[in-house]
Design a protein around this ligand. Sequence first.
Ligand code: SF4
Ligand code: SF4
Length: 282
Amino acid sequence: MIVSVASGKGGTGKTLVATSLALSLDSAEEVELLDCDVEEPNAHLFLDLKLTKSWNVCVPVPEINELKCTHCGKCADVCAFNALAVLEKKVLVFPELCHGCGACSYLCPEAAIVERDREIGVVEGGASGNMLFFQGKLTIGEMMAPPLIKATKKHIDKDRMVFIDVPPGTSCPVVEAISGSDFCLLVTEPTPFGLNDLALAVGVARELQIPCGVVLNRSGTENSAVEDYCRQEDIPVLLKIPLDMEIARAYSRGIPLVRGIPSWREPFRQLFRDIRQRISDN
Ligand code: SF4
Ligand code: SF4
């Protein structure tokens, strides 16, 4: 079973929820946590573990043999990412835009393209108790998050209860991270920005036909717009975490909620039971 933990924007407490959910179960279930927030993976800061393994991740980018190239332009035409530009006497390659799909080399009529590996980041792994942990870490300045997320997800062990910490937002890395999940937990806060970004994230989950539910973080303010929206859209609010100094203090010190305030362990276990029930009812 794979549960992704996402949010339409950063800073909503997504990692707090993902780590607490995984830790609340780790004595009862075989758990795996994947941090796919590859631009800024920070879940490991909340976990008592050492990253003991590392794998370099590369994408194959084209290299042009100008002696064979006739500058026909077919490679640039097929590239959906504008990573190639064919000039009269030269082909320009923009490696940082290349997704390594291989279409250009496949379609080049002169076999003038070879592929060279370009490193985009690393996948690192470790373990803590019953929990396996993997994270993708993008090289600074690198933009190619989706292939690194895909490489991180190759470490999914389907015999375990898997949680994925998804990058914030609603763009390609998010789609790559939540694809294949059985359930998507959307973490938001009761503000107009929270509502706007939640609605966008719900759109992504629905497009991918993944059932979703909401965790309302920093709840307790007068603004009920998020809950009204969830009611209208028939999206369950599965957990509310109040705006609370003790929680904020634990989080700022890198202490997971269920360890800093153990009374939160049971609400997170109940959250997991609710998710599991909804997946089996689906
Ligand atoms: S498709 Fe091949 S021959 Fe045509 S411009 Fe590209 S590299 Fe050159
Ligand atoms: S491998 Fe794919 S993304 Fe990269 S340049 Fe070729 S067509 Fe474009």
